[in-house]
Structures are given as structure tokens and as C-alpha cells.
Design a protein around this ligand. Structure first.
Ligand SMILES: *Cc1c(COP(=O)(O)O)cnc(C)c1O
Length: 392
């Protein structure tokens, strides 16, 4: 963006050196297409399209009228929120967490993921990223001055990193893992986590696990937490979110849990940036955590139906894509006749009024793929397939 100004205001080197934001062109083209009045189907945004569950909204209505909730919140959140998170974690993963020093509420999990490197990474420390990855990791490692080492996720290995390659990397300070994964929708197994934790413990690598999609799973197979592994708590911190589980992306609430020293580092950074989560939202969050697990089955079924609809639709066009086991992304190899993910996304928008995300925007190993979301009503997904029929 160029801004005409009489003063010479320069962005900091830190900002200038951020990895390039590769979605910029597709964002621009999308806005322009909308401004032209074209009916765009946006399979680019990973944001649930259905509303927050009604009992959570009711809890919020009550809590917002209570003046006790209008003041600065405690940095560490309401004690009851932390004990409720501990209870939820125990029920879901069978893992005990101490609410006093192993759980820390966040203003959305992205906030915590982005602040953590400032507490544990020194300039030039090596940080391992599985590639492709959620873009916020790259930016926050860069802000802390860390050096990114990409560990590619390959289809042949179920989009899990090659642990032999990991064992060969010297002097890494930390590593990000994200399962269920955005953008590939891949899931991890307990066996994988066991090996990963063993290597990390041996080499002294801090593990940063992002489980934003823990409850968006299909075919009844629940994704495990890295904290289920014995000894993981010595080296791991895991990030959880209310956003995707309860359709609460706009509310901004999540939590970090795991190693107390890592939690303390994050808490110290945060205490200098923010003053806690709006307490009314914390109260609503307690209600959210008390949702009966079965109540989320409808949501999962809805995504599962949409997944099948889109996968079968694409298959009918000769575009074979394996169905994801979790999260709400279809990670598809480029269809025949397309060379790059950017070119594919541009062509889909131009010729089919369809937005998909070019894989290369998630990192070099994302080239050769596009990401489509299923956070869109079935009719629109059907329409998307119809439009693709004309160009594939
Ligand atoms: C959506 C998402 C998040 C962010 O969730 P918030 O809690 O809303 O900040 C974190 N990680 C991944 C991989 C995501 O896709």
C-alpha cells in the first residue's frame, strides 16, 4: 500500500522483514469482483458460517448486565473458568491439569500463539515449522527474531513431518505442530506424538501444539492431545480455542495449557500487552465448556455432509481428492492443466467466480495445492461444483 503523505513515516525493519503476505493479490481481486457486483462464492475463509450455540448467547446476555463483569478482568482469568477448562480437559483427553499454573486463558488462541515466541525465542534461535502452516506462526517467530526452519508435510506421510529429518536438525529451540491441521486437515496419532515427544525431550526442543480444531472431527474418530503422552508436560504447551468448536470466532476466547514454565513465560509477555478477556465472555465461556459433547454432534454431522458433498462433486469432475478426517478444509492437488496454486486461484476467480486459497500462501511446501473450506451452505457448495464443471 502506498500512502501519500508529507512526512516520511517508515515502517519498522521488523514489519518490513515480515514474510510476504501471499494472499494479497487474491484478496484484491476478490474485493474488486464483489465491487463489480459479481456473485462470488468464497471458499477461502476458515470461519464457521452458522451462529454461536444458543445457550452460550443466553449466558452472555445475562453476564453482560452484571456490573461485576464490566471492570478489568484478572490477567489469569476467572478461577472458575480455569477449573472448568481443567474438567473439560480431563473428560476429553484424560489428562489432569493444575488450574493454578498449567492453564492460561487467552483472547483467542491466535493471540497466545503469536505472543509466546516473545517469551521463549531469542534473536537467531532456530524454530521448526511444519510446512505448510497457519500464517500467524511465521509472523510471530519473525517478530521475535527467530530463524524459521521448514519441515515439509508430504502427502505420502499423511501430512505428518518426517521425524528422521527432525532428528537431524541441530540446536532447534522450539517446534510448532498443528493437528488437526490447517491447511491440510490431516490428523495425528498417539504413536506419532509418542515419537515426537521422545525426540523433543532428547534434543531439548519446546513443542508448541495448536489444537484449534480438536472438536471438528469426522467418522467418530477423536483427535488426541499431545499432553496425553507421558513426559509431554515437561516440554510442551498446547493451544485450544472456543472459536471453531462453538462457532465463537468473533468472541475471542481460548486457552494455553501444559508446562508451567512455558505458561509463565506467556503470562509475563501478555501482562505487558493486554488486561485479560472481557469477563462477561469468560462467564459465557464457562457455559460453553459445559455443553454436552453430544450437542456438538449436529455440527460435526453438518460439516461431514458438506465434506462428502464437495468431495463427491469434485470427484464427478475427475478431480480426486481424499476426504479429510477432521477440520473444515479440503486440501486438493491442483487439477490437470494448472501449474501453480496462484494461477489456479486466479483462474477460478476469473472464470468461475470462485475463491479458493493458493497453497503456496501457507509456505513453500503448499505449492501444488489449493485449500477450500466447507464453512458454506450445501447449496453454495453444489453451485461451486457446477461452476467448476464449466472450466475443468
Ligand atoms: C482458526 C485458527 C486459530 C485461531 O483461533 P482463535 O482462537 O480464534 O484465535 C488457531 N490456529 C489455527 C490453525 C486456526 O486455523
Amino acid at each position: 500500500m502506498t500512502v501519500d503523505t508529507a512526512f516520511n513515516i517508515e515502517f519498522s525493519d521488523r514489519l518490513k522483514e515480515l514474510p510476504p503476505y501471499l494472499f494479497v493479490e487474491i484478496d484484491k481481486a476478490k474485493r474488486q469482483a464483489r465491487a463489480e457486483g459479481r456473485d462470488i462464492i468464497d471458499l477461502g475463509v476458515g470461519d464457521p458460517d452458522t451462529p454461536t450455540l444458543p445457550h452460550i448467547i443466553e449466558a452472555m446476555k445475562k453476564s453482560i448486565t452484571d456490573p461485576a463483569n464490566h471492570r478489568y478482568a484478572f490477567d489469569a482469568g476467572l478461577p472458575l473458568l480455569r477449573t472448568e477448562i481443567a474438567l473439560w480437559f480431563k473428560n476429553r483427553f484424560g489428562v489432569e491439569l493444575n488450574p493454578d499454573n498449567e492453564i492460561y486463558p487467552l483472547i483467542g488462541s491466535k493471540e497466545g500463539l503469536a505472543h509466546l515466541p516473545l517469551g521463549i525465542i531469542n534473536p537467531n534461535d532456530k524454530v521448526i515449522l511444519t510446512d505448510p502452516a497457519y500464517p500467524a506462526y511465521r509472523a510471530s517467530i519473525a517478530f521475535a527474531g527467530g530463524k524459521i526452519i521448514n519441515l515439509p508435510l508430504k502427502e505420502g506421510n499423511g501430512f505428518l513431518p518426517d521425524l528422521k529429518k527432525l532428528a537431524e536438525i541441530k540446536d532447534a529451540k522450539a517446534m510448532y505442530v498443528n493437528y488437526p491441521n490447517n491447511p491440510t486437515s490431516a490428523t495425528a496419532t498417539i504413536e506419532f506424538y509418542k515419537e515426537l515427544v521422545a525426540i523433543a525431550r532428547e534434543k531439548g526442543i519446546i513443542l508448541i501444539s495448536d489444537m484449534a480444531y480438536s472438536e471438528i472431527y469426522f467418522d467418530g474418530v477423536k483427535p488426541p492431545s499431545i499432553l496425553e503422552i507421558e513426559g509431554a508436560k515437561d516440554i510442551a504447551i498446547e493451544f485450544h480455542s472456543f472459536s471453531k468448536t462453538y462457532n465463537m470466532t468473533g468472541w475471542r476466547i481460548g486457552w494455553a495449557c501444559g508446562n508451567p514454565k512455558l505458561i509463565a513465560a506467556l503470562a509475563k509477555v501478555k501482562s505487558n500487552f493486554d488486561s485479560g478477556i472481557f469477563q462477561a465472555i469468560q462467564v459465557a465461556g464457562i457455559t460453553a465448556l459445559r455443553t454436552k459433547p453430544e450437542e456438538l454432534d449436529d455440527l460435526r454431522r453438518m460439516y461431514e455432509e458438506r465434506r462428502d458433498l464437495l468431495i463427491n462433486g469434485l470427484r464427478s469432475l475427475g478431480w480426486k481428492v481424499p476426504p479429510p478426517k477432521a477440520a473444515f478444509y479440503i486440501w486438493a492437488r491442483l487439477p490437470k492443466g494448472f501449474d501453480t496454486s496462484m494461477e489456479t486461484a486466479a483462474a477460478f476467480l476469473e472464470k468461475a467466480n470462485l475463491v479458493v486459497t493458493p497453497g503456496v500462501g501457507f509456505g513453500p511446501a503448499g505449492e501444488g495445492f489449493v485449500r477450500m473450506t466447507i464453512t458454506m451452505p450445501s447449496e453454495r457448495l453444489t453451485e461451486a461444483v457446477e461452476r467448476l464443471k464449466k472450466i475443468l
